[in-house]
Design a binder for this molecule. Structure first.
Ligand SMILES: O=C(O)c1cc(=O)cc(C(=O)O)o1
Length: 502
């Protein structure tokens, strides 16, 4: 807590309201840092709980969230900070396997602290000169890793918006007059294609951009979750026969649930044949571009795409959020979205206004998501990222080996292509049952119960979900740099401890 002389101070006693307030300001901020460092320490403490679960009504009673009429003391604000983190899920904990984005990279976090302190907007070079140039350098490096020279990119607020920017640029490329004349000027029903395993944000482009989801054709995938190219071509021809206008195909590089990679070369051939835009949603699998060992064949042909989504906040472990969208053709993004607001994007500035990025997107205000990635890349080097990717894949292979050594307790659903390990946990009572539809039904029913026990115990978090081929199953994600083989062993032991009697 704050020193006696400062413990009753309020925000009006610190900078900028009190010009003499630097000592109190410094003490308050250093105390906040202490609270954050305690959280970092317990996030990395395997004996600390990942979460202290309470149902919403109970959680409300534990928290004091009321909005006061008069301001509270700085001391109370410190208490508020501690309480907030006390009930926050530690997504950086070595036993948190729940989402695609997890881990707590501390250099990236330090970058985020600086980002908050700089508190600037990314729409013009004028107020973010260093960060704009960093974006320029980092995004160019990422385009080189995709296999392009030139082109253009930008950071977007998440993979869904990155995919949307690709859709908008594709439509603009094919129908440039749409921008002024609207949908009626297109003179036909646009149709987009994607696999039935793709991220739902692809389908939402169809509703957001006026196609209607009926015109986002979900192409069947094979049993490994990969789009079936012959089906794609069949469905394109079917729509053309109806006089529709196919214009956009999404290939997924790393599907959300099972981590499948669509075969890009075959899809690129079809796009070439019918003059369709090829977008690769590599939000999840893009990180493997950094690994010479794993980039091929999963991402072979990605350089043939017209646009690529790649989220460093996923496999690369940059802090949330950090999502990038890349275009092979330079100039498309600005021509698609430019509105030339003269109060931001004056053309008579003293510097080269091509460095003003705001008019490339539909956002106006854009958060600085680049610094935490740039700083992390400075810390790891490209080779450090490659080691990170290879390590994640190695740990996944270790987990698969361990699961196969316990066929009585775990059933591996399919060999992973990425770090998504999909399996069922087998409680004692089903271990002698044949693996029939009846047993699978039971296994699906226990997932939410076992997950509930994990959260009540606070010792483990592994995600589960159904898909179009089977009821609930566990999907384990290893994308945190904190995870070791011992953590994988803990996961397998802990699930059995919590679930054997289900
Ligand atoms: O960035 C993430 O952590 C993320 C994004 C998703 O769309 C879906 C998931 C997920 O299914 O874990 O994670």
């Amino acid at each position: 807590s704050l020193s006696k002389e400062h413990c009753n101070l309020k925000y009006s006693d610190i900078l900028p309201h009190n010009a003499e307030g630097y000592p109190a300001t410094r003490e308050f901020l250093m105390k906040v840092v202490d609270i954050l460092l305690d959280f970092v320490k317990s996030t990395n403490d395997r004996n600390a709980k990942i979460l202290d679960f309470h149902h919403p009504a109970d959680m409300m009673r534990l928290l004091d969230l009321e909005i006061p009429d008069t301001g509270l003391t700085l001391q109370q604000l410190l208490l508020d900070c501690s309480t907030t983190l006390k009930y926050q899920v530690k997504t950086g904990h070595p036993h948190f396997f729940n989402q695609l984005s997890c881990g707590l990279d501390l250099v990236s976090m330090a970058g985020e602290w600086l980002t908050a302190t700089a508190n600037t907007n990314m729409f013009t070079y004028e107020i973010a000169p260093v960060f704009i140039l960093m974006e320029h350098v980092v995004l160019q490096k990422m385009r080189e890793l995709i296999g392009w020279n030139g082109g253009d990119s930008i950071l977007a607020p998440g993979g869904s918006i990155s995919n949307l920017y690709a859709f908008l640029a594709a439509r603009h490329k094919m129908f440039p007059y749409y921008k002024e004349k609207g949908l009626s000027a297109i003179g036909g029903q646009l149709v987009m294609f994607t696999s039935d395993q793709c991220h739902y944000s692809v389908k939402s482009c169809a509703s957001v951009c006026g196609l209607g989801t009926d015109n986002c054709v979900m192409v069947p995938s094979d049993e490994r979750g990969r789009i079936i190219p012959s089906k794609l071509e069949e469905l394109i021809l079917e729509r053309k026969a109806k006089g529709h206008i196919p214009f956009f195909v999404n290939a997924t590089a790393g599907t959300t649930v099972i981590g499948a990679f669509d075969p890009i070369p075959e899809i690129a051939d079809i796009c070439q044949k019918y003059n369709l835009w090829l977008h690769v949603d590599a939000a999840w699998g893009g990180g493997l571009l950094l690994s010479r060992k794993y980039r091929h064949p999963k991402l072979t042909g990605i350089e043939r795409a017209d646009s690529v989504t790649w989220n460093p906040h996923k496999l690369m472990g940059a802090l949330l959020q950090c999502s990038s969208i890349h275009f092979k053709e330079d100039g498309l993004l600005i021509s698609c979205n430019q509105m030339s607001a003269e109060y931001l994007f004056m053309t008579d500035k003293l510097y080269d206004v091509r460095y003003d990025t705001g008019d490339k997107v539909i956002q106006c205000g854009r958060h600085n998501d680049i610094f935490k990635l740039w700083l992390q890349w400075r810390a790891k080097g490209t080779e450090g990222f490659e080691k990170h990717m290879d390590r994640l894949m190695e740990l996944t292979e270790y987990m698969v080996r361990r699961i196969k050594q316990m066929p009585d307790k775990y059933y591996l659903i399919l060999e992973p292509e990425l770090v998504n390990v999909c399996f069922w946990y087998l409680p004692t009572r089903v271990r002698n049952m044949p693996h029939t539809a009846e047993r699978i039904k039971i296994l699906g029913e226990i997932c939410p119960i076992l997950k509930g026990r994990m959260m009540q115990a606070g010792t483990l978090m592994v995600g589960y979900q159904p898909d179009d081929r089977r009821p609930n199953f566990f999907r384990n994600i290893i994308s945190s740099a904190a995870v070791t083989e011992a953590d994988v062993d803990f996961l397998l032991t802990e699930m059995d401890r919590l679930g054997h009697d289900l």
